[in-house]
Design a protein around this ligand. Structure first.
Ligand code: FAD
Length: 432
């Protein structure tokens, strides 16, 4: 199994005692729907990951990154903690996921924070809290305003939820900064699409838009980021926004590691599979999740979008098919119709489209949380999450920022930062 993320970990778990060997850079699977709550401090970052050895007790785990596959010799090479390792396989499953899609926008790579890995919400939370500290120490109104301006580009799930959670965190935190209590905060959400959350039903998207606008979020649809520089961003309508915070959540693309596997790819770089998730032209390689273009009987007009819900359903279908093939039966086509979608919009606000019924506000928020809790594997993980949520009901958010911790413990694979740089800032941004 190449990749132990949402799709890979579920296939391995569902294969049970049949066993699997998972190759993954971390010993956990990341539960991304809870990343925004980790950014606001409502949920402990450790509680949004599931240890693979606990989730898949019958699987072997090799901590490492796959470099290449020899499809004829049936071997995969990986870089592991003990150097290069060669693994033989009988059946290969590719679930390498996606990476952030960046564009060649001047200054983007140097100045933007991302929101994809476990480290990202921790860095973003520290960054937001540092902006409050910087604003508190600033000597001019203009500088206070610049520090308290936050720009998010990308109004899909990740961008909308991350903005809503970080905004709640900042509003909670200013209670402890008497100088900033009356200072206006500016939260800007930018997207090239005509509306936000274009992937969910219109009515719910419109509710989310109204809710965020009522909260004072400056939403700029049909607008692109043109450039970023130290202390400012420029948008396609020529607006220049003075800010120290640019968060980039404008989509994902298939993991480029799939380019080196010798498998057929579509025009977007996704592995081409048939309806049973078998890779085109192969009889021993399957692919699923964000790195594959998966055809779905339930929605014949398009391939599956990159979501956890689809990755999970594909994992179920594939594990069933692998069991069938092992007992000499034929694989069955995969088909799934989404029963709903949920998103949280900060404290006690959310949207849910469940079984054709649409909910917003507190009920939407409650359904979104219940759904995430239901999807999270392992009873012990669910319990830790409920404990975090319960604590958050009674206490205000913790405002300790742990920049020193993250600067000495930055995980491998995240964007390189020069050792002397503050890791709470987007690389290249000014030191306070
Ligand atoms: C911030 C954020 C919020 C999201 N919120 C939602 C949501 O609310 N609802 C929803 O349905 N979807 C959501 N998604 C989308 C969802 O996370 C993905 O669709 C899902 O994780 C896809 O599963 P996957 O297994 O294909 O990829 P992943 O879960 O990304 O797993 C890929 C795995 O491959 C590993 N890997 C990478 N390179 C290598 C290599 N060379 N060798 C070995 N292993 C490697 C990675 O470390 C990772 O563990 C969100 C995504 C993000 C980023």
């Amino acid at each position: 199994m190449l990749g132990g993320g949402f799709a890979g970990s579920w296939v391995a778990r569902l294969l049970g005692k049949r066993g699997a060997t998972i190759v993954n850079p971390d010993n956990f699977s990341l539960f991304t729907p809870l990343l925004p709550e980790a950014a606001s401090g409502t949920v402990e970052p450790r509680h949004v990951v599931v240890p693979l050895r606990m989730m898949c007790p019958h699987a072997d785990l090799l901590l490492g990154s796959v470099r290449e596959v020899d499809l004829e010799a049936k071997t995969a090479r990986a870089t592991s903690l003990v150097g290069e390792v060669e693994l033989e396989y009988e059946r290969l499953i590719v679930a390498l996921g996606a990476v952030s899609r960046t564009l060649p926008i001047p200054g983007l790579a140097e100045h933007a924070l991302e929101f994809k890995t476990l480290a990202d919400p921790i860095l973003l939370r520290n960054h937001v809290l540092r902006r409050l500290e910087a604003a508190d120490a600033a000597s001019t109104e203009a500088e206070v305003q610049r520090q308290l301006t936050f720009v998010f580009v990308g109004a899909g799930y990740a961008g909308v939820e991350a903005l809503a959670e970080c905004r709640d965190l900042a509003l909670d935190a200013v209670r402890y900064y008497p100088r900033l209590r009356d200072a206006p905060q500016r939260w800007v959400l930018v997207d090239a699409a005509p509306t936000i959350l274009s992937e969910i039903p219109k009515r719910l998207g419109a509710y989310a838009l109204r809710h965020l606008e009522k909260q004072g979020v400056d939403i700029r649809c049909e607008t692109r980021l043109s450039s970023a520089e130290r202390g400012a961003v420029v948008l396609s309508d020529s607006a220049r926004i003075e800010t120290e915070t640019l968060v980039w959540t404008a989509g994902v693309k298939p993991n480029p590691a799939v380019n080196d596997l010798g498998l057929p790819l579509d025009d977007r770089g996704r592995i081409v599979v048939d309806e049973t998730l078998l890779v085109d032209g192969r009889s021993d390689v399957w692919a699923l999740g964000d790195c594959a273009a998966v055809r779905n009987r339930g929605t014949p007009d398009r391939v599956d979008p990159p979501t956890c819900q689809h990755a999970l359903r594909q994992a179920r279908a594939l594990s069933r098919n692998l069991r069938r093939l092992a007992t000499g039966r034929e694989a069955r086509p995969y088909g799934y119709r989404m029963l709903g979608q949920v998103a949280t919009l900060g404290r006690h606000k959310g949207i849910a489209d469940a079984l054709g019924l649409k909910f917003s506000g507190f009920v939407g928020w409650w359904i979104a949380r219940t759904y995430h809790l239901h999807q999270l594997p392992l009873f012990s993980r669910k319990l830790r999450l409920v404990a975090d949520w319960t604590t958050a009901l009674f206490f205000r958010r913790d405002i300790a920022e742990l920049t020193t911790l993250t600067s000495s413990a930055r995980p491998a694979g995240n964007r390189d930062v020069a050792p002397e740089e503050d890791t709470d800032r987007a690389p290249g941004q000014a030191r306070d």
